[in-house]
Design a protein around this ligand. Sequence first.
Ligand code: GDP
Length: 457
Amino acid sequence: MKMSEPAIAAISTPSAPGGIGIIRISGENALGIAAKVFTPISGEDLTASKGYRAYYGSAFAEGKKADEAVCLVYRAPHSYTGEDVAEINCHGGLFITNLILRAVIEAGARPAQPGEFTKRAFLNGKMDLAESESVMALIGASGRQAANAALNTLDGRLSGKIDECAKAVAGVCASLSAWVDYPDEDIEEITAGEMEKVFSDTKTALEEILGRYDSGRAMTEGIETVIAGRPNVGKSTVMNLLTGYERSIVTDVAGTTRDAVEEKVLVGDIVLRIADTAGIRQTDDKVENIGVEIAKKRLERAELVIAVFDGAEKLTDEDREIIALCKGKKSIALLNKSDLAPEVTAQETEQYFDRTVTISAKTGEGRDEFEKALTSLLLSSGFDSEAANLTGERQRDCCQRAVKHLEEALEALHSGVTLDAVNVCADCAVDALLELTGKRASAAVVDEVFSRFCVGK
Ligand code: GDP
């Protein structure tokens, strides 16, 4: 265990009014600093605490009582960071939490950088890099499956699998090095067949993990979606129906690289990022402007198209144009207005779309079928939140590099070049895997990972 670093402090709860606000202090003399700001009603000395205790008392700032509070005490190494930790739980007002944080800083702590608590946990061996990243994924999870996947990664499911892969390949490297470096020794030679099996089994295992990544994204980052359809088929009504889903999260994110406004909608476990609904929502004349040309551009970029048709009117030429545009895209046809007399049958669209669902956006009828269709379409590659799952592009990149180096190792093996060359490729694969878990990641990589964290975590 490393020595404790100087104490850091931050507000660990969101900066918004709330029932409780937590000021977290970690590091050398964290309890001494807490004791300068917080006095237990029992009169006990916080610095003598054995830890794992909650003390009720008063928090002081600017020379007078600031709030009633509870202070939780953890002792190194059994804390989140692996250091002594004190958490002052006060009332969750913006002013109060900041006032107490200032008092904590005046008492000797320095303000924590983004992710610094978790970085200390990493440096103290409490979790590896992949597990640290899952902390952010867990905080940011917008659905059950995403949260479960993040929790499993935090529990070490991915790291366990990656370590297993790294170990297997490193084992081959060790045998090769021994044999190459000490040719005169009587070291049992590893056969080409054995090496090939390790490389290709590992490659298959990593490819499985990579394969799950895209469907995992459907639950974490969201699927870029376009609602297409000629005017008046019910696009805005569909959008309203979707945003009503399970108290869906609706956030307007003004795009930085795109000119559209994006809305996030949770349907079951899937997050849809629906572009430019601002335009779609304005029904009157503006909708007329959303012609086929604009739809075309949006469709090019989209990962999913929800094509809406007026099921109470025969398909028009414009509808057929939209059908043609959806070709080659992941797509769902919605035959809307099922509460009216049907004029379009599912058979008419089924052949062009991955799924066709009859729906009444107005009454909500068919909503469950839509959710089922969406889930079966987007999670068809079998996302399993219980399995080893990658969190984010950094991990995916490491995994991909490992696969590439294993392919090179296999190629080197087949082409009969020297075993040194095989060894170099295999070693690069091990490197990529150890970078994923952080066991061999550079300081720059580690800094980059934690810079994406929020302050207080
Ligand atoms: P958009 O132009 O495609 O966005 O279509 P809107 O959502 O504005 O809907 C056009 C018209 O169709 C409005 O009068 C809606 O009330 C109506 N509408 C939408 N969905 C349904 C539905 O499921 N049933 C019925 N009867 N009318 C609907």
